[in-house]
Ligand binder design. Structure first.
Ligand SMILES: Cc1ncc(COP(=O)(O)O)c(C=O)c1O
Length: 431
């Protein structure tokens, strides 16, 4: 029965039972971490042989990658990412291990130098702003916050950001310079933008002529089942059709394909953006780690090879997502105290508790030994105004640990919901 239908005495009695269970959990001394989306050791082992792939160091264009070599990345890496992005090889930069680093540098360059020659540095244009679909990725928000860029939240709907709101804001304010998007299997909801949303982002008028879409395709090949997967429309093609080819910057990496700390990142953009980016990058570095690019490309020479290794990741990840979803379905759904999206890929499940309960749930879990992403982290400035969203990261823990952590998590959601409904002070028996 839904908690909202239960009499206060019934809820009070249930609260006492749940409190006892919670105390038992605390006594177990669990030490589990579900806070960050990291691949597990078994996933990392899937690319163990990447270290044995190099019998020589010569890449396709004849360069010895041990030496200073192509700034834009080795040709085979640029080709692989051109397949992934659906953008010409000549417009792809293959770089170091972190796409987040590319995003940071892209914001930084725009801030200091402007997005294209003559467009004017962002820092000289007043208090500039970014649109931030929420819930979203905390590290995106940390980048914009670190530059003092004001973040304006836009709600995520089932098919992407609320486009009425995005269009309205972008059209009227020339200080709005960009939008953060994780368009496929979003962090944290696992939502994929519909074709219509992608078309609207490409087509919408923006008051700022130097408006940019930061299109973070971190999970573009990360399907839980390639036969039942989401598809994302090509933003670059759509932007070209609308005469907005300079609008999108596309990002991706192999962080969750091969090794999170030692993969390859990449970025795709229009020819004008590419030329300007390379010009500035040439001041920053001579080349990236092209030895790493080559050893990766010998292992994963094309998209088909990437899809094969992603199938192996999916075999490991499906049961973990299932454990989380089953626990929520069995322990939360019947009581009407939370909702979530069931993702077909990516790294997260994002749970909306009753308003005002997320911080309490995270702290209950923390006290009993399970670390979750801090409540609020999925919103700019760490501020979830409804105090409702919690991001779960099921990939790293073992299945057994995950099951224990989910039992505790569901218990904490129930305790927090009853406390809220009954207006209980935080019970000393519980915390
Ligand atoms: C949406 C999103 N983008 C980027 C990253 C980090 O990517 P990279 O390892 O390529 O820096 C993550 C990691 O969790 C992520 O969730």
């Amino acid at each position: 029965m839904e908690f909202s239908q239960m009499a206060p005495q019934e809820l009070q009695a249930l609260y006492e039972v749940l409190t006892k269970k919670y105390q038992q959990f605390k006594a177990q001394g669990l030490r589990l971490n579900m806070s960050r989306g990291k691949p597990s050791g078994e996933q990392l082992d899937l690319c163990r042989c990447v270290n044995q792939t190099l019998t020589d160091f010569i890449c396709e264009n004849g360069e010895d990658v041990r030496n200073y070599s192509s700034l834009a990345g080795i040709p085979e890496a640029r080709r692989l990412f051109s397949e992934i992005f659906g953008v010409a090889e000549t417009q792809v930069l293959a770089a170091g291990s972190s796409s987040l680093n590319l995003m940071y540098d892209t914001v930084c360059r725009a801030f200091v130098h402007g997005v294209l020659p003559g467009s004017g540095p962002w820092h000289q244009q007043g208090k500039i702003k970014f649109l931030c679909p929420v819930p979203g990725y905390d590290r995106h928000f940390a980048i914009t916050e670190s530059f003092g860029i004001e973040m304006i939240t836009v709600p995520m709907l089932d098919d992407g950001p609320d486009m009425e709101r995005v269009e309205e804001l972008a059209a009227k304010d020339d200080l709005i310079k960009g939008i953060w998007c994780v368009p496929i299997y979003s962090n944290p909801d696992g939502i994929t933008y519909s074709d219509q949303v992608v078309r609207r982002i490409a087509a919408m008028p923006a008051a700022a002529q130097d408006f940019r879409v930061f299109w973070d395709m971190a999970y573009c090949v990360h399907h839980l089942d390639r036969h039942d997967r989401d598809y994302l429309l090509n933003i670059y093609d759509e932007c070209v059709k609308c005469g907005h080819q300079d609008r999108p910057y596309l990002f991706a990496s192999t962080s969750k394909v091969t090794m999170a700390g030692s993969g390859i990142s990449a970025m795709a953009m229009s020819p004008a953006n590419f030329a300007w980016t390379l010009e500035q990058l040439s001041v920053q570095t001579i080349c990236h780690d092209n030895v790493n690019q080559l050893r990766h490309l010998r292992l994963l020479p094309n998209l088909a090879a990437v899809e094969d290794i992603m199938d192996k990741h999916a075999v490991l990840l499906r049961p973990k997502f299932q454990v989380v979803l089953d626990a929520l379905e069995n322990e939360i759904s019947p009581y009407g105290i939370g909702h979530w999206h069931k993702p077909k890929g990516g790294y997260f499940i994002s749970v909306f508790t009753e308003n005002g309960c997320a911080k309490r749930v995270v702290s209950l879990c923390h006290e009993a030994g399970v670390e979750l992403t801090p409540a609020g982290a999925t919103y700019p400035y760490g501020n979830d105004p409804a105090d409702s969203n919690i991001r779960l990261a099921p990939t790293y823990a073992s299945l057994a640990d995950l099951a224990a952590a989910m039992e505790l998590f569901c218990l904490a959601i129930k305790l927090a919901a009853i406390e809220k409904i009954l207006g209980l002070e935080t019970s000393p028996d519980v915390l």
